[in-house]
Design a protein around this ligand. Structure first.
Ligand SMILES: O=C1O[C@H](COP(=O)(O)O)[C@@H](O)[C@H](O)[C@H]1O
Length: 258
């Protein structure tokens, strides 16, 4: 247990989504280098929704060592891997189908377990345990980087406002059968896992995110799911937002106008 209070979030605001995309790629490559120099591998968790599109700056980027990546999902919908609702399907369409990442390095849910969500969730937790136990996990795994989005209701991964999963303190992976956003059945990394990562980055683009960004960052006392992401020391939380998403923010951000 860290005795340091969590660092305040670092908010990077970009003049356009294009500049954000290329800066995000540089950020990911730097995190990758630090991880590989230290441990010879890079562990990352990805979200679905609007996030995968923002990773296009990694395509054709020769600094990315895809064979050293171990990719997990911050959350996943309990549907077949080629289903339009699947976060893996989306990440494959936007990124993995365009880069030389070994398939074995992408850690999907087990599609043979779709009819038993509890077993599927436990199996995904075991997948994490196999990757992290004995390496860099104490009580919880320590991801090098987790990339998150935020929904209009303040949800992140599949952690929704007012849901009992917000209080989960033990499990690494949990399931939800009553997601207010379809599809209803999902699994998600829990806060203890998200908050033990070395770096967590929220990415939010467009005016549709302006209202919720202000609620999450200017009024954290409301306890919206995204406001509860507070990596424990030495972890650090970052926000990568474009000008439109940042339009209603009162907390200071660092402007990047490349
Ligand atoms: O349902 C989900 O929503 C969130 C937010 O999506 P966005 O489209 O508003 O960015 C996403 O981060 C999560 O992975 C997904 O399952």
């Amino acid at each position: 247990m860290s005795h340091h209070p969590p660092n305040p979030p670092v908010i990077h605001s970009f003049a356009s989504p294009e500049v954000l995309t290329s800066s995000l790629a540089s950020f990911v490559v730097k995190a990758q280098k630090e991880a590989i120099d230290k441990k010879g591998r890079f562990t990352i968790a990805l979200s679905g929704g609007s996030l995968p599109k923002q990773l296009s700056g990694l395509i054709g980027n020769h600094a990315v060592k895809w064979d050293m990546w171990q990719v997990f999902y911050a959350d996943e919908r309990v549907v077949p891997l080629d289903h339009p609702d699947s976060n893996h399907n989306l990440c494959t369409a936007e990124l993995f189908s365009k880069v030389p990442i070994p398939t074995a390095n992408i850690r999907t849910i087990d599609p043979t377990l779709l009819s038993d969500i509890e077993e599927l969730s436990d199996a995904y937790e075991q997948e994490l345990i196999r990757e992290f136990a004995q390496k860099d996990a104490a009580r919880f795994p320590v991801f090098d980087l987790i990339l998150l989005g935020v929904g209009p209701d303040g949800h992140t991964a599949s952690l929704f406002p007012g849901h009992e999963l917000l209080a989960e303190e033990d499990r690494w992976v949990a399931y939800i059968e009553d997601s207010p956003k379809p599809p209803p059945k999902r699994i998600t990394l829990t806060y203890p896992v998200i908050n033990h990562a070395l770096k967590v980055v929220f990415v939010a683009v467009g005016e549709g995110k302006a209202e919720i960004l202000s609620e999450v960052l200017d009024s954290p006392e409301k306890g919206l799911p995204a406001s509860r992401v507070k990596p424990v020391h030495p972890g650090q939380l970052f926000w990568f937002v474009d000008e439109k998403a940042a339009a209603k923010l009162r907390v200071p951000s660092q402007d990047f106008r490349l």
